[in-house]
Design a binder for this molecule. Structure first.
Ligand SMILES: Nc1ncnc2c1ncn2[C@@H]1O[C@H](COP(=O)(O)OP(=O)(O)OP(=O)(O)O)[C@@H](O)[C@H]1O
Length: 276
């Protein structure tokens, strides 16, 4: 580990990374959900975000997806600052990013095909017939058969709903895919299957993937970079093989420990978050 720093290094050490998050701050009243978060990723790179409850992981994804507007800081995609964009650019931004929400956020009253192609129908990109065909194609990619297109979310198991959420997230072939706990609550076999699927889709389209996960094993096995968050800050960030045994222990302790993180972190000065 290096000295504490308020900005994480670019994982690729590139001068102009594809995605650059700089000093992002998001507050809800007195709660500082994001506290000067800085991260960078290149096209096609995969990063897992891990950390205890209320660390700011979901808020980070939502700020990137445009669900929340950050209070300050910048998010640059290909050099364009989307955090300060005009409404036109905001639309453009939404076209470039796909997101799976933690609770899938499917519309109960709509059939699966409309859920999958919701945005494409809403923005007029596809008519209903085309949308249905596209939904069936996308459902096939996530391992669901054509018949499921006509069902409603309540007809599906949790794992199937997760797949539908992923199909919707990739419907517009996004350059950046944000996944909030894609395997939460699933058994190890299904988790593995879904992670394989994400790998395949991302590799085909050179998609940059940021996944929030509570599964340290998945994070270390499948993601190029790991970002550990705590109390809204980046506590550790680096390549997966840069984690030392001691750090690994610490990170595992943090994931398994209380919402406040491991004891050593609770007693340390809040300013001393460590960045690899
Ligand atoms: N819409 C909101 N209004 C008020 N506070 C919020 C809102 N969204 C998030 N927060 C707060 O921001 C902090 C970070 O929340 P976030 O959902 O990012 O945590 P997380 O790391 O994803 O946790 P978990 O793993 O439990 O989902 C928490 O204290 C949370 O209560």
């Amino acid at each position: 580990m290096t000295l504490p720093n308020d900005t994480a290094q670019s994982p690729a050490n590139a001068t102009s990374p594809f995605l650059k998050i700089k000093d992002l701050v998001k507050k809800f009243g007195d709660t500082i959900a994001l506290d000067h978060v800085s991260l960078s990723l290149d096209r096609g790179q995969k990063m897992a975000v891990i950390g205890p409850s209320a660390a700011g992981k979901s808020v980070l994804l939502k700020c990137l997806a445009g669900v929340y507007r950050a209070d300050s800081g910048n998010v640059l995609i290909d050099g364009v600052n989307i955090a300060k964009s005009s409404d036109n650019n905001q639309e453009n931004w939404a076209d470039r990013i796909g997101m799976l929400f933690q609770q899938n956020a499917l519309f109960d009253s709509l059939p699966i095909w409309q859920n999958v192609c919701f945005q494409l129908i809403e923005n007029g990109t596809l008519g209903r017939k085309q949308a249905k065909d596209r939904a069936v194609e996308l459902l096939g990619l996530v391992g669901l058969d054509a018949d499921s297109a006509l069902l409603h979310p309540s007809d599906l198991s949790g794992g199937m709903q997760k797949r539908v959420g992923i199909a919707r997230a990739i419907a517009n072939s996004p350059e950046i895919l944000l996944l909030d706990n894609p395997t939460a609550g699933l058994d190890p076999v299904l988790s593995n299957h879904i992670e394989n699927m994400i790998d395949t889709i991302a590799r085909k389209q050179n998609t940059t993937v940021i996944t929030v996960t509570n599964d340290m094993e998945i994070a270390q096995k499948r993601y190029d970079f790991l970002t550990m968050m705590h109390e809204g800050k980046v506590y550790w960030h680096g390549k997966r093989d840069e984690i030392s045994a001691a750090q690994n222990d610490h990170l595992a302790q943090m994931l398994k420990g209380s919402a406040q993180g491991p004891i050593s972190m609770r007693t340390r000065n809040r300013g001393q978050h460590l960045v690899a």
